[in-house]
Design a protein around this ligand. Structure first.
Ligand code: ASP
Ligand code: MG
Length: 423
């Protein structure tokens, strides 16, 4: 017997028929002797619908007062889901009870629409489990210290599930979703992409932060911090599939690099089109320049990703960095009007048509020549690299977005990611 958390995404909860299937699957696990907590998302499309209603009434940019109400509204999608799922479980003959985040003490900070979970009071959940109940808890939300309802950001139910799993010390957190695991890259771009049976937590963290959309990054951070074993698996298998087979399916995110782990130098390729590049040309190369540029950018709440500053020969240098595409206009305005003139930049230029492509793998720690292989493969395709950044287990390049798919395919091939690896 184990203590298990299941998380179901919006597609799995998309209709009463599907909710019935979720209930049947959960009941199967409970009947096999496991203690079960289930964290569902809102029915698919529901969060968008709810936020759309709010937008109809106030299309203006978000004030804190408005953000509070957005969370009030968006959180209801999950409340409906847990109630429906508890009813469906009861109809299956299970003893089941539903709770919203605040009812089981999911305490968060007060940053509306992107709150962070601070603690969870597990007493109630444990008591229900001990009484033989299936406990269904809303994803995506909690409550701040003044009892305002908060949400955790889009896709936040993954994080709720992992946080709850950590709080109750679950044996495993299973994330049921509409893909059957984590792939070497997005199969829509590379049809030969392979599902990995395991991926290390660090690699998953990089993949999530570099653009793989399978899991909300905070859920992976949580899993790492509390060492929660987490598995991504398909919600499209028939609910009555053999439980032992199901328990081994999908992709397990592991903390130990055991011998059975797939030993590829590069494990996966991530990409995203969400960034834009800005450059200050001809800025004086002297102490304090990076701070004078990036200080005001940070004060304007604009996140910066890749940063490049070159050496200078004539006392002048160029300074480039990338920001989220949503922040591009604001960043350009700030640089053109204030920062550029303040640091006496010769010119400010920007480019929205870029993308970032990254190779990720813990094997990069112990292998040389990985980055150069990446650069060779891109050069063979005639792709110009605009920026490069590296860390211990990843190398990222910024390139023209029109070559993104070509680059991903070429790299997938170059690192043999379509080949099955001998364990
Ligand atoms: N329902 C929320 C969303 O659509 C949270 C989630 O699904 O994880 O973003
Ligand atoms: Mg999701």
């Amino acid at each position: 017997m184990a203590l298990i958390v299941h998380k179901y995404g919006g597609t799995s909860m998309g209709s009463t028929d599907r909710i019935r299937n979720v209930a049947k699957r959960v009941a199967k696990w409970a009947r096999a002797g496991h203690q079960m907590v289930v964290v569902p998302s809102a029915m698919s499309g529901e969060t968008n619908r709810l936020l759309g209603l709010a937008k109809d009434l106030s299309p203006t940019s978000a004030s804190p007062a408005l953000m509070r109400e957005l969370d009030m509204i968006a959180s209801t999608g999950e409340q409906v889901s847990v109630g429906l799922l508890a009813i469906a479980l009861q109809a299956e003959g299970m003893d089941a009870v539903s709770y919203t985040g605040w009812q089981v003490g999911v305490a968060t900070d007060n940053s509306y629409t992107k709150a962070r979970i601070e603690s969870i009071d597990d007493a109630k959940v444990k008591a229900d489990l001990d009484a033989g109940r299936v406990v269904v808890i809303t994803g995506f939300q909690g409550v701040d210290e003044d009892r305002n309802i908060t949400t955790l950001g889009r896709g936040g139910s993954d994080t709720s599930a992992v946080a709850i799993a950590a709080a109750i010390q679950a044996d495993e957190c299973l994330i049921y979703t509409d893909v059957d695991g984590v792939y070497t890259t997005d199969p829509r771009v590379v049809p030969e992409a392979r599902r990995m049976s395991t991926i290390s937590f660090e690699e998953m963290l990089e993949m999530a932060s570099l653009g793989s959309k399978v899991l909300q990054i905070r859920s992976v951070e949580f899993a790492g911090k509390y060492r929660v074993p987490m598995r991504v698996l398909s919600s499209f298998t028939p609910w009555d599939i053999d439980i032992n087979e199901e328990a081994k399916s999908g992709t397990l995110i592991t903390f130990e690099e055991d011998e059975n782990m797939e030993q590829a130098v590069v494990s996966g390729i991530a990409f995203n089109r969400d960034e834009a590049k800005v450059t200050l040309l001809g800025v004086p190369d002297k102490p304090g320049i990076a701070f004078q540029i990036l200080g005001p950018v940070a004060d304007a709440n604009i996140d910066v990703d890749v940063i490049i500053q070159n050496v200078s020969q004539d006392g002048k240098t160029d300074f480039s960095f990338t920001v989220h595409r949503n922040d591009y206009q604001r960043a350009m305005e700030l640089l053109e009007k204030t920062v550029g003139p303040a640091v006496q930049a010769a010119k400010v230029v920007g480019d929205q048509r870029i993308c970032k492509v990254s190779i990720v793998g813990i094997g990069m720690r112990s292998h040389v020549g990985v980055a150069s292989k990446m650069f060779r493969s891109l050069s063979e395709e005639g792709i110009n690299i605009q920026m490069i950044t590296t860390s211990e287990i990843k190398t990222s390049v910024v390139i023209d977005e029109k070559y993104m798919e070509l680059a991903v395919r070429a790299l997938h091939r170059a690192f043999d990611l379509d080949q099955e690896i001998e364990a």
